[in-house]
Design a protein around this ligand. Structure first.
Ligand SMILES: Cc1cc2nc3c(=O)[nH]c(=O)nc-3n(C[C@H](O)[C@H](O)[C@H](O)COP(=O)(O)OP(=O)(O)OC[C@H]3O[C@@H](n4cnc5c(N)ncnc54)[C@H](O)[C@@H]3O)c2cc1C
Length: 306
């Protein structure tokens, strides 16, 4: 892995930096490039603006790894209210959560009950819940809770990461459940025994998994390709066209603030583009992962310093 990327991913998990860096004003200014604000209202107001450009969104409140289950109650209550606001305002946005935000490190059953309450409420409001994928240690339990939820609910999706060797097998096992899958490359620091160290292999595995998904789109699978890699997306679009999968039958998902002109171009070409908007005060580890994806982004922070 590129040393700058490794350093930024290491920094994303360093408790001391986590306490100090978010207080620095230049960093706070720079983070606005990827996050419209710390409260849900800012995410919903961007949703409104993006809908005028023909895009839908997903919102996610930043935060991971709790110390106490009462924090999971607060996160759940926050999302329940957010789902109500979305419904009242008639917005086309879904929610995405991290299971560690719902207490996964502390109590699996408690986490599942919280997840279920969110999915059930979202279903009553004609909405969806997506589960982010976190570090590889969490993949087994995340997929176990996803499968359990999928038996009762249809409005639930899960993210899979193409940097993991196991992902094609996981996908194979999930497809018979008629799942909703968001395929991404993967954002965490992972050891060589679980994840492809070479970027080209990650990209090839993304394409391989996308090809596995294409025949099932429209036959029970809801598919989302979450990447800013335009050549890769064009390859997927080409394969989808050859397989006569309509361009609006799957989603292209990108992050707020990244690939803005590409997002618009895909909409103009008739694709369904959904933008993931993050918000919340606990943005430090997430922001460091965004910097790690493109270490040149650090220049943007430095420019703010001066
Ligand atoms: C909707 C969505 C949901 C996601 N959910 C998860 C999740 O649940 N779990 C998880 O592990 N990861 C998640 N990710 C992050 C993902 O794993 C990648 O880390 C991220 O998308 C960057 O990789 P890329 O696919 O864009 O490809 P890359 O090959 O890394 O990048 C392709 C091009 O996009 C541009 N680009 C990429 N990232 C940035 C950036 N930060 N700043 C500026 N330009 C950039 C660069 O120009 C680059 O050339 C999600 C991503 C998206 C879009």
């Amino acid at each position: 892995m590129n040393p700058a990327k490794s350093a930024l991913l290491w920094a994303s998990q360093n408790p001391r930096l986590k306490r100090t860096v978010p207080r620095l004003p230049p960093v706070r200014r720079a983070v606005r490039r990827f996050m419209p604000g710390e409260d849900v209202e800012s995410a919903l107001s961007v949703t409104e603006k993006l809908s005028t450009l023909g895009m839908t969104t997903i919102i996610t409140r930043l935060g991971e790894n709790l110390n106490d289950l009462s924090e999971a109650d607060a996160v759940t209550a926050h999302y329940l209210r957010a789902i109500d606001h979305i419904n009242e305002q008639g917005l086309k946005t879904e929610v995405s959560i991290k299971l560690t935000q719902l207490g996964l490190d502390l109590d699996h059953e408690y986490t599942y009950q919280k997840l279920e309450s969110l999915i059930e409420h979202a279903g009553q409001k004609d909405n969806w819940v997506w589960i982010d994928m976190e570090l590889s240690d969490y993949v087994d339990i995340t997929l176990e809770l996803y499968r359990r939820a999928r038996q009762r609910f249809s409005n639930i999706g899960v993210c899979l990461q193409s940097y993991l060797y196991r992902t094609a097998d996981d996908l194979n096992e999930l497809i018979p459940l008629n799942p909703a899958i968001r395929l991404v490359k993967g954002a965490y620091m992972e050891p060589k025994d679980v994840a492809f160290p070479r970027k080209q292999d990650v990209d090839d595995n993304f394409m391989k998994c996308a090809e596995m998904m294409l025949p099932h789109i429209g036959n029970g699978l809801r598919a989302a390709f979450g990447t800013h890699d335009v050549p890769l997306l064009k390859q997927i679009v080409q394969q989808a066209n050859s397989a006569e999968v309509p361009s609006d039958a799957y989603e292209i998902q990108m992050l707020y603030g990244i690939g803005i002109s590409d997002q618009r171009r895909f909409v103009a070409e008739g694709h369904h583009v959904r933008v993931l908007i993050s918000y919340g005060p606990d943005w430090y580890p997430w922001y460091m992962r965004r910097l790690a994806e493109r270490p040149a982004n650090v220049m943007f922070v430095l420019k703010n310093l001066f």
